[in-house]
Design a protein around this ligand. Structure first.
Ligand code: ADP
Ligand code: 5GP
Length: 205
């Protein structure tokens, strides 16, 4: 990262289950090499999910041990399981000047907002409630009760949208990815985020 940035930019992406957060983040990583923070969770891996790639899959005891050692930047119980962001990975990346994306729920976002006032907060929306339902079902990852839990939380989750800076509707995947990418690019050009003193030195004579 250029020396006009003291630190990397923290980006938070939230939205209802099935909105496409994971899919959008994966594309951002593939296409533009974004860093996506790997959360810890007590949820069981879905088919194809790999420990240390999709999540750090922990049992409840290990998660609670990390909690008691204050290793989490934020954590929450979401749909009946613990999820949390480990401080170290995020702080290391930001200190190296690298941007990093957190894909976390609303409760976690409210905690992060207390620490990172300058982060960029993006809420991802599905194009319709029907499409949201189709997407969760299409993913084929949920039991009937976990589907009901996720689907019935949508109304409550949407109430918190105003805590975010941007809303992106994930209708066409490529356009949603481009929108998120351009939001991040725009935010990086804020004067308040830059360290321009050195750059401006040669103009002062
Ligand atoms: P989330 O991480 O928000 O829970 P996922 O990324 O797992 O959601 O996406 C849920 C399902 O919807 C997946 O099957 C994914 O392939 C599909 N999906 C995501 N984005 C789109 C899109 N723009 N158009 C169609 N299907 C999508
Ligand atoms: P899933 O089980 O579908 O992967 O994720 C369920 C929910 O947990 C999603 O809303 C997702 O954003 C959220 N989540 C994933 N990782 C974290 C995390 O580290 N912290 C918090 N607070 N929520 C998370």
């Amino acid at each position: 990262m250029s020396e006009i940035y003291n630190k990397g930019l923290l980006i938070v992406i939230s939205g209802p289950s099935g909105a496409g957060k994971g899919t959008v983040c994966k594309e951002l990583m593939k296409k533009y090499n974004y860093n996506i923070s790997i959360s810890a969770t007590t949820r069981s891996p879905r088919e194809g999910e790999v420990d240390g790639v999709n999540y750090h899959f922990l049992d409840k005891k290990s998660f609670e041990e990390k909690l008691s050692r204050d290793e989490f930047l934020e954590y929450a119980q979401v749909y009946g399981n613990y999820y949390g962001t480990l401080k170290k990975g995020v702080e290391d990346e930001l200190n190296k000047g690298n941007n990093i994306i957190l894909e976390i729920d609303i409760q976690g976002t409210l905690q992060v907002q207390k620490v990172y006032k300058n982060a960029v907060y993006i809420f991802l929306l599905p194009p319709s409630i029907n499409e949201l339902k189709n997407r969760i079902l299409k993913r084929g990852s949920e039991t009937e009760s976990s589907f009901n839990l996720r689907f019935s939380s949508v109304g409550e989750e949407l109430k918190y949208m105003n805590s975010y800076d941007y809303a992106v509707i994930n209708d066409d995947l490529d356009s949603a990815v481009e929108k998120v990418h351009s939001i991040i690019n725009t935010e990086m050009n804020r004067i308040s985020r830059m360290n321009l003193d050195k750059f401006l030195e040669e103009y002062i004579f």
